[in-house]
Design a protein around this ligand. Structure first.
Ligand SMILES: C[S@@+](CC[C@H](N)C(=O)[O-])C[C@H]1O[C@@H](n2cnc3c(N)ncnc32)[C@H](O)[C@@H]1O
Length: 199
């Protein structure tokens, strides 16, 4: 297990605290998920990542620190302008600007126009949009690439019916998709990890 040697742990704590104080900022990934994805990126020698839902950049800093070691790049998309500019400043302070490209836009509109294929797509936007973006996300993955969706065990605990339904439907569709091999890992609020088959 890599010990997260290139992670700016003190700075991640500072960014984490911003989430409680910033209007419209939703919770960030749990630390254990950050460590898992960090190790995954290094182990699989991932060089290209598409992140959907930057918020203030906490997850981007985990992934960016790993991809920097692999000399790779992330494209991260955030639709809220205020959050986008705050995240940009956080990424800069974490010395990750060279490895992180940022877009302030609605991912539903942007994704169909992207032409590059990615090693990893990290889905952490509005839960009701996970399913809507699934097909285009699969198209944007290289064969053997990984799609990770955050909060996918929330249907067990979240009080809101529409969130429960969105996540439940996402998992159901992903697990029955013949192009994907999927599993749910019970870290934090759960992540669904789906590998795009080679064949
Ligand atoms: C749960 S937060 C992301 C947290 C972030 N990944 C982290 O762990 O630090 C979800 C973010 O997705 C953004 N978002 C929601 N729908 C979006 C869309 N259609 N396109 C781009 N961003 C979107 C929200 O504005 C919000 O900042």
């Amino acid at each position: 297990m890599n010990k997260g040697r290139s992670l700016p742990n003190d700075y991640l704590e500072i960014v984490s605290k911003q989430y409680n104080k910033t209007k419209h900022a939703l919770p960030h990934i749990e630390k254990e998920i950050g460590f898992f994805i960090y190790d995954y990126i290094l182990t699989k020698k991932i060089k290209s990542i598409l992140e959907i839902g930057t918020c203030l950049g906490y997850s981007t800093i985990f992934m960016g620190s790993a991809i920097k070691e692999n000399n790779g790049k992330i494209l991260t998309i955030e639709k809220n302008e205020d959050l986008f500019w705050k995240a940009k400043s956080n990424i800069k302070k974490a010395n990750l600007s060279k490895n992180v490209d940022m877009l302030c836009a609605d991912a539903c509109e942007v994704l169909p126009n992207l032409t590059k294929k990615y090693d990893l797509v990290f889905q952490d936007s509005q839960k009701s949009l996970y399913l809507e973006m699934l097909e285009v996300s699969i198209n944007l993955l290289k064969k053997g690439g990984t799609l990770i969706a955050d909060d996918t065990l929330l249907y067990l605990t979240n009080p809101y019916k529409n969130i429960k339904r969105s996540i439940y439907d996402y998992n159901r569709v992903v697990f029955s998709n013949p192009m994907l091999d999927s599993t749910i890992i019970p870290l934090g609020d759960g992540i669904t990890v789906s590998i795009k088959k080679e064949g």
